[in-house]
Write a protein that binds this ligand. Structure first.
Ligand code: FE
Length: 198
């Protein structure tokens, strides 16, 4: 069974003007698809089962098989990223995640500062994350394809892609403006709540 490219959870123009249809066309249709194609090319005779993406990410990370890990993790990270945004997202959290954020960070504003700082200080390509670690929420950053999915006891709740390909067409080098739009207009708290409950 091969890996598959999941559809976006919204139409390509649904996140505009914050993220354009053109960006999603390239980011989902070219970048994400290329990770799927490369992971499938690496499947042959590898002993991995392409039908179980989570297991492949963890197994290739443990084996330091970066040829498989980089592509499989990027499939997982991007799917998680699409769901971390919503056309109706952005702003202060609602539901259980709101209380959990206040408890762990002091306030939504303090969380937002820490999350944006993680994205801003991730040198080069990578990801900013909100995760649950035991009873606490934490902000993390990972380089390249690395993902908290491989950390035992850690549950990813939200991710923000800070590779240039995520924002360059819309914001050029202005990563902070993209991160402001992600938090202000796109972040999907319903998805965070669902992950928190899972
Ligand atoms: Fe990306």
């Amino acid at each position: 069974m091969a890996f598959t490219l999941p559809d976006l959870p919204y139409s390509k123009d649904a996140l505009a003007p914050h993220i354009s249809a053109e960006t999603l066309e390239f980011h989902h249709g070219k970048h994400h698809k290329t990770y799927v194609d490369k992971a499938n090319a690496a499947l042959d005779g590898s002993g991995y089962d392409g039908s179980d993406l989570d297991a492949t990410v963890k197994k290739s990370w443990d084996a330091k098989d970066m040829g498989m890990f980089n592509n499989a993790a990027q499939i997982w990270n991007h799917t998680f990223y699409w769901n971390s945004m919503s056309p109706k997202g952005g702003g202060a959290p609602t539901g259980e995640i709101a209380d959990a954020i206040t408890k762990s960070f002091g306030s939504f504003e303090k969380f937002a500062d820490e999350f944006k700082n993680a994205g801003a200080t991730q040198f080069g390509s990578g990801w900013a994350w909100l995760v649950k670690n035991g009873d606490k929420l934490e902000v993390r950053k990972t380089p390249n394809a690395e993902t908290p999915l491989t950390d035992a006891g850690v549950t990813p709740l939200i991710t923000m892609d800070v590779w240039e390909h995520a924002y360059y067409l819309d914001y050029q080098n202005r990563r902070p403006d993209y991160m402001g739009a992600f938090l202000g207009n796109l972040i999907n708290w319903d998805f965070a709540n669902a992950n928190l409950r899972a």
